[in-house]
Ligand binder design. Structure first.
Ligand SMILES: Cc1ncc(COP(=O)(O)O)c(C=O)c1O
Length: 429
């Protein structure tokens, strides 16, 4: 298919949604107060942000970042390998490693580039990599040319065990198994069964476990140390990957491990590390300050948990459909893509910022509105969201009690998407 024809398939769909006045993406925000934003001249309550602890607007994080700019400048001036390495980077690596309970950490400029660079270093053609089928797009991207790759049913350790046994039973298998999962799944808010996955190491001691804890860091575990800490399996988790673009109020990513030689290798071989500029001082300092705050103020994480419980209970009382979890990500099932677009548009008009996820990011007919709690959400903001949701849930007939007349559409609507990684924002349209 020619390039223009290929583009047409997507741009044509975008045009239809725009013409209908319900296109929700790339909304330009002109001002942010964290839990509220200004967009198209309206002030809205933000319930779609990954800034779970609200630290992007913490005065100490902002001041420290500003001071870092005055001391080090706005840009890094090069890759860390060459002229851009800073004492700040090394300090942050040490603090991160200690924070997640590992010996060493290596920074990258984003979470996406961490997965891309690190995974590219970890695998040889004889290894077998096994992914939860709902893993994030950056994980699948990092596995690019991998020959031996499989997926297991979402959050299903017995399914993973069967795949490992089958692959290891092949006469030509002489590599290592790398199992990759997210800590909190970015779309569904499901928490990985890390205890069960770590247990597989008893049966397969050579298996390496890689945890993408983008959404678990700052959220789960003591002082927000993450999903491995939450389950008490930090030691069994070989690689803990994290990003600063969620609870750490910045951008940047890292991979931490006790395999210090492997991290040395990643530092010198990761293409996204060597051939990309270093993390600027302001971003590095923001993440460092977040660690200071997390260590000193566990109540922030507690407050996030309390707000999450409150919103989950509120949504439940309304009769909304969402999966059980302890995560601050609460995706509300709406139904068809069109309905989700209309729902998001009306939320916007009524003063709430939250975005829809449609097929193939979710199974057909199960489009959702992804909501997320923040520890800085105030009672009045949560009450407002619940009040609007209650009215709209009745109007759009999305409550469990409305279900009879409004089943999810499409054949096999309850089945999982058949595209590995598609449910993890591989593509939104
Ligand atoms: C699970 C997961 N991994 C990795 C990433 C990439 O992180 P970043 O935004 O820092 O590039 C994301 C971001 O959405 C994510 O949700």
């Amino acid at each position: 298919m020619k390039l223009h024809d290929r583009c047409q398939k997507v741009t044509g769909m975008i045009r239809v949604i725009r013409d209908a006045g319900i296109y929700p993406y790339f909304r330009p925000i002109s001002r942010s107060w964290g839990t509220e934003v200004e967009c198209a001249g309206k002030r809205l309550v933000m319930i779609g942000s990954n800034d779970y602890l609200g630290l992007s607007h913490d005065a100490r994080v902002k001041e420290a970042s500003a001071q870092a700019i005055y001391r080090m400048g706005t840009g890094p001036g090069g890759s860390r390998f060459l002229s851009g390495n800073m004492v700040l980077h090394q300090t942050l690596e040490e603090r991160l490693a200690a924070f997640v309970g590992k010996k060493r950490a290596v920074l990258h400029v984003t979470g996406f580039s961490t997965n891309l660079g690190a995974l590219g270093c970890l695998l040889t053609p004889s290894d077998y990599v096994l992914c939860d089928r709902e893993n994030h797009a950056s994980i699948f991207a990092g596995l690019g040319g991998t020959k031996r790759m499989g997926t297991f049913a979402h959050n299903d350790a017995p399914s993973a065990a069967r795949k490992i046994a089958s692959e290891m039973g092949k006469p030509d298998f002489d590599g290592q198994v790398l199992l990759i999962t997210e800590g909190i799944f970015s779309m569904s808010g499901d928490v990985a069964v890390m205890d069960e996955l770590a247990e597989l190491k008893k049966q397969y001691p050579d298996m390496l476990l890689y945890l993408d804890d983008a959404h678990g860091l700052g959220v789960l575990g003591a002082n927000g140390r993450g999903t491995a800490e939450h389950f008490g399996v930090t030691e069994q988790t070989d690689f803990i990957m994290g990003t600063f673009s969620k609870a750490f109020a910045s951008i940047g990513g890292f991979v931490a491990s006790d395999h210090t030689d492997v991290l040395d290798y990643i530092q010198h071989q990761s293409r996204t590390q060597i051939f990309s500029a270093a993390l600027p001082a302001a971003c590095t300092t923001a993440a460092l300050t977040c660690i200071d705050i997390l260590e000193a103020e566990p109540e922030r994480v507690e407050r996030l948990r309390a707000n999450t419980r409150r919103m989950r209970q509120g949504y439940k009382d309304i009769g909304l459909r969402f999966s059980e979890s302890i995560a601050p990500i609460i995706p509300i099932t709406i139904g068809s893509d069109e309905k989700a677009f209309m729902f998001a548009q009306e939320l916007f008009e009524r003063g709430i910022f939250a975005l829809p996820a449609i097929y193939p990011a979710v199974p057909r007919g199960q489009a959702l509105i992804r909501t997320a709690c923040m520890s800085t959400h105030e009672d009045r903001q949560m009450d407002f969201v619940l009040e609007v949701m209650d009215e709209m849930a009745r109007k759009y007939r999305i409550r469990i009690q409305d279900q009879d007349g409004d089943q999810p559409e499409g054949e096999g609507a309850q089945a999982s998407s058949t595209i590995p990684g598609a449910r993890s924002s591989q593509s939104l349209l």
